[in-house]
Design a protein around this ligand. Structure first.
Ligand code: SF4
Length: 178
C-alpha cells in the first residue's frame, strides 16, 4: 500500500487511540519485543536523553555472519532490569520528539502491502481522519527509511573492513566494536 489516502482509510477502518497504558514501552504482551533502531535513530534518542550512544542502545540480539565473523545486526533501545524501555518515565516517553519510527507508528506496521497491527488495547477505537493520515504518512516514511537502511547495510556487509576482534555490530554506517 503506497498511497497515503488508502492507508489512512484502512487505519480508520481498524481504529486506534493510545490509552497511555504504556504496555508497548514496558515490553508487556506476546509481542513485547525490543525496539530495533538504526544508528541515526539511536544517535537522536541518545542526544535527546543527554546520554552517550552506548547508554541509549545495546547491540540487537542474534547474529549474522560476515565473511566468517559473527556480528550483531543493528541496535535496540536499552531496557531496564524489568524489561521496560529505559526512556519510559512514568506514563510518558522521555524522548518523545526523538522517538524512533517503531514507536511513532505503533501498533501498526506494513508487511509488504498489508497493514498489520500488534496487540494493543487502543485498537478498535475511532481515530480522527487527520490522525489516521499522519499515521499513514509515518508508516510510509518508516518503510522508506527501513528500505534505505537495509540497502546501506548490504553495502557495508559487502565492503566494510572488519575490526580484528571484539563484538562487532553492523549498521548502515559501518562495522564497529560494541
Ligand atoms: S522510546 Fe519512548 S515510545 Fe519508544 S518504547 Fe521507549 S518510552 Fe516507549
Amino acid at each position: 500500500m503506497t498511497d497515503v489516502d488508502a492507508l489512512a482509510s484502512e487505519i480508520e477502518r481498524v481504529g486506534f487511540a493510545c490509552t497511555r497504558c504504556g504496555d508497548c514501552c514496558r515490553g508487556v504482551g506476546e509481542d513485547g519485543s525490543l525496539v530495533m533502531v538504526g544508528r541515526a535513530e539511536a544517535r537522536r534518542v541518545a542526544a535527546a536523553a543527554g546520554l552517550p550512544f552506548a547508554g541509549a542502545v545495546v547491540p540487537f540480539p542474534g547474529e549474522i555472519e560476515v565473511r566468517g565473523r559473527a556480528c550483531r545486526l543493528g541496535w535496540a533501545l536499552a531496557r531496564d532490569g524489568e524489561g521496560a524501555c529505559r526512556f519510559h518515565d512514568g506514563d510518558r516517553c522521555a524522548v518523545y520528539d526523538a522517538r524512533p519510527w517503531i514507536c511513532r507508528t505503533y501498533p501498526f506496521m506494513l508487511d509488504g502491502e498489508e497493514l498489520v497491527a500488534s496487540e494493543c488495547p487502543g485498537l478498535g477505537t475511532p481515530i480522527a481522519e487527520d490522525d489516521a493520515r499522519t499515521l499513514a504518512a509515518d508508516l510510509l516514511a518508516r518503510r522508506a527509511a527501513e528500505e534505505d537502511e537495509a540497502e546501506r547495510v548490504r553495502c557495508v556487509v559487502a565492503s566494510a573492513e572488519l575490526p580484528p576482534d571484539g563484538m562487532l555490530v553492523v549498521d548502515a554506517e559501518g562495522v564497529t566494536r560494541a
